[in-house]
Design a protein around this ligand. Structure first.
Ligand code: 13P
Ligand code: SF4
Length: 359
């Protein structure tokens, strides 16, 4: 097996040869040994934009997970090729919403709302998907008048949706949906969770008629680990600690935190704080450890003492990066992510609505 130094030398040599024909994008959750080769590091919204603006690059090597690479393919030009160094880098949350279950839910909701008056000019329901889903679901949303959001623009996107519909069907992440809608003043009783096993009669139907946001049952297994008691312990042990949580954390955790925001929000909050600040952070461990190393002027720790890596983000190893880059030097494109044209066209509609909905 190649040593770290060897891999570093090989990756740098391949990058040098490929020059401007290559851009390497890295999500904040990537491990240090990978993220140091990224030309651009960001949260999922910023990386989608980076894919859009790097037109000169023939190859976009995406150090992140599958749905991010699909998004880059949808937003990039036809000539550009998007490469995911390890095809096994998926996202368990994205897998929690599949097209047929969402379509079935949609049909049932359409039946339920069929008799509603449309005198107010609003649709009965607008589908909103978190970026963390397959391109097929983004296409579904695009086809049905809906929109994509990320953790950095979820409130803006929900506002967009409420201007057009009486309700929102939000998937796959129940926590981002609930946390965002709650902060916008939507009462919890108007945020039922879609339950495919319950027949749509009686109480269930009444709840769905009164709903403002219908939540899907998805969640992130990394962020689900954070608890309120971790926050209480941190506050006891570090008086004055600032607790930052990613909005994929459960609602009680976000409520107990001082602030919630995307991976980039967390980066900036730390970077802009006065020296000597203390941060307890509820998000992925690779990012928290890197922040701690980059900011020795602060005290920074992850709220989960047991460690919580995103195991799929971690699947992008420098060995895979070296492998795909050296193949490109030889003119061979490995691990290309291609979204079929029909799906890409509809997914692009939903993504472009998000890009245009910026406040
Ligand atoms: P961000 O958009 O905050 O980068 O989040 C992406 C993600 O997958 C968090 O788990
Ligand atoms: Fe998916 Fe969670 Fe990993 Fe983000 S941290 S990529 S939501 S599994």
């Amino acid at each position: 097996e190649a040593s770290d130094e060897e891999l570093t030398a090989r990756i740098l040599a391949a990058k040098e040869t490929l020059g401007d024909s290559l851009v390497v994008l890295g999500h904040h959750y990537q491990r240090d040994e990978v993220v140091r080769f990224a030309d651009y590091i960001g949260d999922s919204f910023q990386l989608a934009n980076a894919a859009l603006t790097r037109e000169q690059a023939k190859y976009i090597v995406f150090c992140g997970v599958h749905f991010m690479a699909e998004t880059a393919d949808v937003l990039s030009t036809d000539e550009q090729k998007v490469i995911l160094p390890n095809l096994a880098a998926g996202c368990s949350m994205a897998d929690m919403a599949d097209e047929s279950s969402v379509e079935e839910c949609w049909e049932q909701l359409m039946d339920l709302y069929a008799d509603e008056s449309d005198a107010d000019g609003l649709a009965s329901v607008i589908p909103v998907t978190y970026m963390n889903c397959s391109a097929a679901l983004k296409a579904f949303v695009g086809k049905h008048g809906g929109i994509v959001c990320t953790s950095s623009n979820a409130a803006t996107v929900l506002e967009w949706a409420f201007e057009r519909g009486r309700r929102v069907l939000f998937f796959p992440d129940q926590h981002l949906g609930r946390n965002t809608a709650k902060a916008m003043g939507v009462p919890l009783e108007q945020m039922p969770m879609w339950n495919p096993r319950k027949p749509l009669g009686g109480n269930e139907a009444t709840t769905l008629l009164d709903a403002k946001v219908i939540l899907w049952h998805g969640f992130c297994s990394v962020h689900k680990r954070f608890t309120v008691s971790q926050i209480e312990r941190a506050r006891k042990e570090h008086p004055g600690v600032r607790i930052l949580a990613h909005p994929e954390c459960p609602m009680p955790v976000v409520d107990a935190a001082d602030e919630a925001g995307s991976t980039d929000y967390i980066q900036k909050a730390v970077a802009n704080a006065p020296a000597g600040s203390v941060f307890g952070i509820a998000t992925e461990i690779n990012m928290v450890n890197r922040l701690a190393a980059q900011h020795p002027e602060h005290t920074i720790f992850c709220l989960d003492p047991v460690i919580c890596p995103c195991s799929t983000m971690y699947r992008i190893h420098p060995g895979y990066l070296a492998w795909v880059l050296e193949a490109l030097v030889d003119g061979v494109v490995l691990n290309q992510i291609t979204v079929p044209a029909g799906i890409a066209a509809d997914a692009k509609v939903a993504l472009e609505r998000m890009l245009a909905a910026r406040p």
